[in-house]
Design a binder for this molecule. Structure first.
Ligand code: 2AL
Length: 242
């Protein structure tokens, strides 16, 4: 399987870390092509960053989507997810949506532990958008900047563990969802320390992507996920017009 893994921010170090996490769980026959937009924010920590990053995700799907059996968008805000699904027939998975599904197979309720507190509302919007209000029991910010996780985040693991322990106790949750692709390398350590399922959305999305591709399932082109309507796009977005 050819998997296109898009890091929506422009940090090459984070792309490398996310690619390593994806390759660690990918099946023997899978290839992972990891990429990031040519423009946009170095880290995604708010609505403004996310608006620009979504266009960057679309750019990468247009550039590299042909020949991909599945696409993973590796940022916890799932920027550009619906747009990407219009732009390719390959299944497109966002790491937040994948992580919510995985956690819901393993516990009646989960908590999200994320980066900057201001991003909690973005995760909350996704919980509502995907219909996980009955499963998500809390979303907790650590105020760790995304770029502090650029090198794998080993220096942040104690702080994330403490936030997760507090979340498990306060929310009565059975599982922890990591709220940033940059936390992927910490998943195994946190699982061991916490003794509950800890879900990294990058790994979850890769395995769901492989499953969907193996089943021969593609994104529906019926209705709102039909191809974009052909029209002129102007200015810097001209090359992105359908
Ligand atoms: C993220 C993420 O996964 N990548 C990024 O730049 N920002 N998520 C987050 N909650 O801050």
């Amino acid at each position: 399987m050819n998997l296109l893994l898009i890091n929506p921010n422009t940090s090459e170090a984070m792309t490398a870390g996310i690619a390593a996490a994806a390759r660690a769980v990918a099946a023997a026959g899978s290839t992972v092509h990891a990429t990031q937009p040519t423009f946009g924010p170095r880290s995604i920590e708010g609505h403004y960053d996310e608006a620009i990053a979504a266009a960057g995700v679309v750019e990468q799907v247009r550039l590299h989507g042909d020949g991909a059996d599945a696409v993973v968008i590796a940022c916890f805000g799932d920027p550009g997810l619906d747009a990407a699904r219009e732009a390719t027939s390959a299944p497109v998975l966002g790491i937040a949506e994948a992580a919510f599904h995985a956690a819901s197979f393993l516990a009646t309720g989960f908590s999200v532990v994320t980066t900057m507190t201001r991003t909690c509302v973005i995760a909350e919007h996704l919980v509502h958008r995907y219909g996980f209000e009955r499963r998500c029991r809390g979303i907790h910010g650590t105020d760790i900047p995304v770029l502090a996780l650029e090198d794998g985040g080993a220096g942040c693991v104690d702080q994330i563990e403490a936030a997760a322990r507090e979340a498990l106790a306060r929310d009565r949750s059975g599982a922890i969802v990591l709220g940033c692709a940059g936390m992927a390398a910490l998943c195994a350590t946190l699982s061991m320390r916490l003794g509950v399922p800890v879900i990294d959305g990058v790994a979850a999305a890769v395995k769901f992507a492989e499953g969907l591709a193996a089943l021969g399932l593609r994104t529906s082109a019926h209705g709102d996920y039909a191809r974009p309507l052909p029209k002129v796009y102007e200015g810097w977005a001209a090359p992105l017009g359908w």
